[in-house]
Design a protein around this ligand. Structure first.
Ligand SMILES: Nc1ncnc2c1ncn2[C@@H]1O[C@H](COP(=O)(O)OP(=O)(O)OP(=O)(O)O)[C@@H](O)[C@H]1O
Ligand SMILES: [Mg+2]
Length: 154
């Protein structure tokens, strides 16, 4: 199934192109999915989530959760948009109830997931955005299955 082996590496040359990539990806997502977004400040993680939220029917304003830590959008399903940038460690992430929230119905987006790698589920989508210049971004979207990663290393 496409979802299980999803892997895309593409250079986006504009916001418009990133929007299209995000919208295509949005249509693959189902309730319970976790999307971890990796990339430096200003690479476009929030932008990517905003376009997904729009595609999934949210008609409000998607703002950065850097200060709120979590924004929730009501779309075709609930969308939980986390940003761990300001959280120091796993304890702080657990304190906001992250693991409990993951059991809710919905789709989960996490900016700066590096801070909570061990709290991520067995399977998730990893979106990596690398800045090339003001408008060019390298995008990589991959389905991760942690146990298969371990098998590869053995
Ligand atoms: N090709 C592109 N794809 C995505 N965003 C782009 C592109 N070109 C320019 N941008 C701009 O890059 C910026 C990305 O900002 P955004 O807030 O999404 O970054 P972020 O990765 O969430 O940063 P932070 O780590 O601070 O939360 C936006 O202003 C967006 O318009
Ligand atoms: Mg952001």
């Amino acid at each position: 199934m496409v979802r299980d082996s999803y892997s895309l590496e593409i250079t986006s040359t504009s916001e418009k192109e990133t929007s299209r990539i995000a919208r295509d990806f949005a249509n693959l997502l189902k309730g319970g999915d976790v999307v971890a977004l990796i990339g430096e400040l200003g690479s476009g993680k929030t932008f990517f989530v905003k376009k997904i939220a729009e595609e999934l029917g949210f008609d409000g304003y998607v703002s950065s959760p850097t200060f709120t830590i979590l924004n929730i959008y009501e779309a075709s399903t609930y969308l939980y948009h986390f940003d761990f940038y300001r959280l120091k460690n796993i304890e702080e992430i657990e304190k906001i109830g992250f693991s409990d929230l993951l059991m809710e119905e919905g789709i989960f987006f996490i900016e700066w997931p590096e801070k909570a790698e061990e709290l991520l589920p067995e399977e998730y989508f990893k979106v990596r955005i690398d800045i090339i210049n003001a408008t060019y971004r390298n995008l990589s979207i991959k389905k991760i299955a942690k146990s298969e990663d371990e098998k590869c290393q053995n």
